[in-house]
Ligand binder design. Structure first.
Ligand code: SF4
Ligand code: SF4
Length: 399
């Protein structure tokens, strides 16, 4: 691989044979119907910029900034173009996007600050004042989008989960990476992962909460992303664990890049391997299952999750069509109007299926969908699939 940034990017772009097979799976191409907003168009723009054939203009930069990083294109590409790498290299070359909401991202990536902001929102009754505050902010602005996310209540499990006693053999310990937003807004899922993995025989070592650097890497802040990756390496090394898990599939790509040679996954594959050890009490409910793009295209754990959910007696699982909901890391703050438009088909599918609950593994997707459901006046509880599994877990031998 060439050393120079531009040469590296040009080499990645030159792998594309321009067949167009990726166009039908690209959500932004479906939204805009415009070649520049497709994977092939973005690769052509990146190649021209890297080779110095065109100057960086707003018109050329915008389609690159709009990319969701969903990697649906990478999954279907016959030439195996490494689109995720190409996107990170392109953004590193261009630097942070002009619409990047720096203050909001600084808040989101610092768990102590985010926790304090959540507490403050509770004290001032933000959900009651949302409409008044929203009327004072520009429509579909980053702060407006953040307000709608902050005012959307997520269901919580007040008393936590009970650890189950089981005569499972002791397997290799795993380190649990809590992340930044996930460590605050998905605390239930962190606890659920611990209870389930320990029931399956894996001792869990919880790492300190900090950002993996994915938002920086995807936002062109290369040095900050490199610092976060070093912090991940130090924390895993100090834990002594040989495997790392995260309940947030959006962190997986960055964690894998930080830890070559270490098994990094979400918990579903480990749990599905031990599914015979886990027993669940029945739940007579119809739940819609949303599979985030990173779970489909990076973790590739959709099947393992469905295997686990199928072990809950009487639970009816209705999968939602696999399409990006528009959250996509910081995209929902940078381009709220596009994120809202991309969310519509998923919200309509939820309306049609009329589930009693919505499951999704990514905290960003879940907050974005929950805010959309609230806007439509729909009261559908949204939760992490691990939370449902941990709530139904029973002690003793599985039936
Ligand atoms: S499928 Fe792959 S090779 Fe074909 S246009 Fe898309 S990125 Fe290029
Ligand atoms: S990552 Fe997703 S949004 Fe970006 S070009 Fe590929 S398919 Fe389209």
């Amino acid at each position: 691989m060439p050393e120079n940034k531009s040469e590296r990017l040009a080499a990645l772009a030159d792998q594309c044979v321009q067949c167009g097979l990726c166009l039908p799976v690209c959500p932004t191409y479906a939204l805009d119907g415009n070649e520049a907003e497709s994977p092939r168009g973005r690769i052509a723009i990146a190649a021209a910029l890297a080779k110095g054939q065109v100057p960086v203009t707003d018109d050329l930069r915008e389609p690159l900034d709009h990319c969701l990083g969903c990697l649906s294109c990478e999954r279907v590409c016959p030439a195996q173009v490494r689109f995720g790498e190409l996107l990170v290299e392109t953004r590193a070359l261009l630097g942070p996007a002009p619409r990047r909401p720096r203050v909001l991202l600084a808040l989101a990536t610092r768990p102590a600050w985010l926790r304090a902001a959540r507490r403050l929102a509770g004290w001032i009754g933000l959900s009651r004042r949302q409409a008044w505050l929203a009327g004072r902010l520009p429509e579909r602005s980053a702060w407006g989008a953040a307000l709608s996310l902050a005012a959307t209540p997520l269901p919580s499990t007040p008393s936590g989960f009970s650890a189950v006693s089981r005569e499972a053999p002791t397997l290799a310990p795993v380190a649990l990476f809590p992340g930044c937003v996930g460590s605050v807004d998905d605390e239930d899922a962190q606890q659920a992962a611990t209870v389930l993995l320990e029931a399956a025989g894996h001792p869990v070592i919880r790492l300190p909460a900090f950002c993996c650097g994915a938002l920086d890497a995807h936002g062109g802040r290369t040095a900050a992303a490199a610092r976060a990756m070093q912090r991940v390496r130090n924390a895993v090394q100090a834990s002594g664990a040989s495997m790392l898990v995260t309940v947030t599939p959006g962190c997986l790509g960055q964690l894998r890049a930080a830890l070559p040679g270490v098994r990094v996954s979400d918990p579903y594959a480990l749990l599905a391997d031990r599914a015979g050890e886990l027993g669940f009490r029945p739940l007579r409910q119809r739940v819609a299952l949303h599979l985030p793009c990173t779970q489909l295209n990076v973790a590739r754990s959709g099947e393992a999750l469905q295997t686990l959910l199928a072990r809950v007696p009487e639970l009816e699982i209705v999968p939602l069509p696999p399409r990006c909901c528009g959250a996509a890391g910081s995209h929902l703050l940078e381009f709220p109007e596009r994120a809202a438009a991309l969310r519509v088909p998923t919200l309509e599918a939820i309306d049609t299926l009329a589930p009693q609950a919505l499951l999704s593994s990514n905290i960003g997707c879940r907050l974005h969908l929950a805010a959309g459901l609230a806007e439509r006046g729909k009261a559908v509880p949204t939760l992490h699939p691990l939370v449902l599994l941990a709530q139904q877990l029973v002690s003793g031998s599985p039936p």
